[in-house]
Design a protein around this ligand. Structure first.
Ligand code: SAM
Length: 241
């Protein structure tokens, strides 16, 4: 009788070394969009580490978008779970972790398509937009996004169709002034960024209370209040350092 061919054995562990780090407008998790592209004005930079030769970026500027593979480093301490509660199911129904995009997964590996806003090859920097990434996120790999193979228009979207929210977003005169001042100092359309973030309803899926919340963007604290379908941005202050 023929003997079965020996199976090649897969390595029990794989060494992966981050190639760089994300610098992002999001210093904490609350407020980060749940997927990339939902908040086009959310920007950041991939800073490649010195051991990555700068000519690794040659040719990247020809592409408009990039896949970023990263580690959900702030999820590691909590460990992973085989079943999770996706926010899209209201936070009270469970699915298998591999039927979700939850950070609490075995290797804490995330991937996001982001817009390339500039490539500074000499300094090993890539400016990116439409991000869903925390400041300090370790980057494992990057690859150009290639529409003909990466975009599948008729794919089944399961329980996660594109979210649609509509809130009226108001700014107090004080918070509007703070946005104008920030824009003149930093060349960032802060008001538009805040609008895009709040329109995504950052509140936890199981706590949609009408109350005041706070989120941070760069070194700013932003306080806003939900009242039914209206959100009022009350205060924008610098965080104490
Ligand atoms: N697009 C990615 C994916 O599908 O793999 C991320 C989706 S995940 C649902 C997005 C959420 O991950 C964000 O809203 C934020 O709360 C969280 N997140 C982003 N960066 C993180 C990090 N470095 N560590 C832990 N959580 C992070």
């Amino acid at each position: 009788m023929d003997q079965p061919a020996p199976q090649p054995s897969a390595p029990a562990s794989i060494k992966i070394q981050p190639i760089g780090i994300i610098r992002s407008c999001f210093p904490e998790k609350f407020g980060i969009p749940r997927q990339p592209g939902l908040v086009p004005d959310a920007t950041g930079t991939i800073e490649l580490y010195d051991w990555i030769a700068s000519d690794s970026l040659e040719g990247l500027e020809q592409f408009s978008h990039l896949w970023v593979f990263f580690q959900f480093h702030k999820a590691v301490a909590r460990g992973w779970k085989p079943r999770v509660r996706p926010p899209r199911l209201g936070g009270n129904k469970k699915v298998g972790v591999f039927a979700s995009r939850s950070p609490q997964r075995p290797n804490f590996l995330g991937h996001s398509v982001v817009a390339i806003q500039g490539v500074d090859q000499a300094r090993g920097l890539i400016h990116i937009g439409g991000i869903d990434l925390l400041d300090g996120t370790p980057v494992i790999d990057i690859k150009p996004y290639i529409p003909y193979t990466d975009s599948l228009l008729h794919a089944a979207e399961g329980y996660a169709p594109k979210p649609v929210h509509h809130f009226d977003i108001l700014f107090t005169p004080e918070s509007e002034q703070a946005c104008t001042k920030y824009q003149s100092q930093h060349d960032v359309n802060l008001q538009q960024l805040i609008r895009q973030i709040l329109q995504q309803d950052p509140r936890p899926a199981y706590h949609k209370d009408d109350r005041t919340y706070g989120m941070r963007l760069w070194d700013l604290n932003i306080r806003f209040t939900y009242t039914s379908s209206t959100i009022t941005v009350e205060h924008i202050h610098k965080s104490p350092t």
